[in-house]
Design a binder for this molecule. Structure first.
Ligand SMILES: Nc1ncnc2c1ncn2[C@@H]1O[C@H](COP(=O)(O)OP(=O)(O)OP(=O)(O)O)[C@@H](O)[C@H]1O
Length: 350
């Protein structure tokens, strides 16, 4: 669907893309990187709007250097920044964009109504967009990217500025763009954590270089740990501590999920139990029953994408720690994504 070969973009003072070679298949793909990693630059090159300094790229089999117009006919684009005229309504704007894409007037009106309904804009669609919330504006930007029924959409930071609920809704909408309409999606974000729920595949770039391109499952494969959470009871006001002692006493390796920055156990209520064999599940169940605690959850733990990068970064091996100055930001950026997950996905101020 998208292929780049040694693609570079150099500005006078900065190399935004550095010999990037990547292949992106149909489906929902996340393009993730810290601010300034080169995500928007890549999107502009893929749309044929900005020439590469070196290398090649194709989108839907079309060459970005010579077939930009044909690419833009088949591809929708949601830009990162606010670009909506404040005095017109969503309906007027999206109809206009549909007409610009070549749809006849009636089809443009029908497609606009369908698309705005799909993104969840109802009565508000007749009001001037200047009075819209950030979430509504993001939805209009998504609608105009979809209105001409593209084969692929490129979404640049669609969750920017949204609160946790708005972000979840937007990610759900993006997923449905693919499942309901069969449109492939390339979505950028600087938050690793949010993409693992939405994307089939994740491409990570840093300082314009490819850091990793893998299926989401490869990033988040199961670990050998079981996450267990229990309630407290009158008899045992600290149920987690009681369970910890019981499981350790039964010979299992147990630790609290997460540690504070100084290495002390975090105050969280989730315990991680190393799975030895199938009997581990029975031991946990029996311990919870014997202590007369309520079992909130017992689940096989999966890696979070952010942890993969944190763990790899700690080794500082040449294969995973790029020389680019961006890695400094990257190291802060993985825990930031985790913080973001822990607090329920609050917008990242970074
Ligand atoms: N027109 C330009 N002229 C000079 N430098 C540019 C230009 N466009 C981008 N850059 C630089 O190229 C680098 C990559 O920018 P880009 O916008 O692609 O990053 P990004 O990953 O999309 O980050 P963000 O989400 O912050 O936009 C940055 O250092 C940026 O300052």
């Amino acid at each position: 669907m998208i292929a780049t070969e040694s693609l570079s973009k150099r500005f006078p003072r900065v190399t935004a893309l550095d010999r990037l070679s990547v292949d992106i298949a149909p489906g929902v793909t996340g393009l993730v990187g810290a601010n300034g990693a080169g995500k928007s630059t890549l999107i502009k090159i893929l749309l044929g709007l900005s020439p590469a300094t070196e290398g090649r790229a194709s989108v839907l089999g079309l060459d970005v250097a010579t077939e930009g117009a044909a690419i833009r006919e088949r591809v929708g684009y949601m830009p990162e920044h606010d670009c909506l005229p404040p005095d017109v309504s969503a309906t007027e704007f999206v109809v206009h964009m549909a007409r610009m894409s070549g749809l006849p007037a009636t089809a443009a009106r029908e497609r606009t109504a369908d698309t705005l309904r799909h993104v969840g804009l109802y009565e508000e669609r007749y009001r001037p967009m200047g009075g819209y919330s950030t979430g509504m504006k993001q939805r209009v930007k998504l609608a105009q990217a979809l209105v001409h029924d593209p084969q692929l959409v490129l979404l640049d930071e669609p969750t920017n500025g949204l609160d946790p609920v708005g972000r979840d809704e937007m990610l759900g909408l993006i997923r449905r763009v693919h499942t309901d309409f069969g449109i492939s999606v390339l979505v950028t974000s600087h938050l690793l954590g949010e993409l693992e729920r939405t994307c089939d595949h994740v491409v990570v770039i840093d300082g314009g270089k490819l850091l990793r391109s893998s299926s989401t499952d490869d990033f988040t494969q199961s670990t050998g740990s079981l996450a267990v959470e229990v309630t407290d009871s009158d008899a045992r006001p600290d149920g987690t501590a009681a369970l910890y002692a019981a499981l350790a006493g039964a010979g299992l390796t147990v630790r609290p999920a997460g540690r504070a920055a100084d290495g002390t156990p975090a105050s969280g209520r989730v315990l991680l139990v190393d799975v030895v064999d199938d009997s581990t599940y029975d031991t946990v169940r029996d311990a919870v029953t014997d202590l007369e605690l309520g079992l909130v959850r017992m689940e096989q733990r999966r890696h979070r994408i952010a942890e993969v990068f944190r763990d790899e970064g700690e080794g500082d091996t040449p294969a995973t720690a790029p020389a680019a100055a961006g890695w400094g930001a990257g190291r802060q950026w993985a825990p930031a994504a985790q913080r973001d997950e822990q607090n329920g996905g609050a917008p990242d101020a970074a």
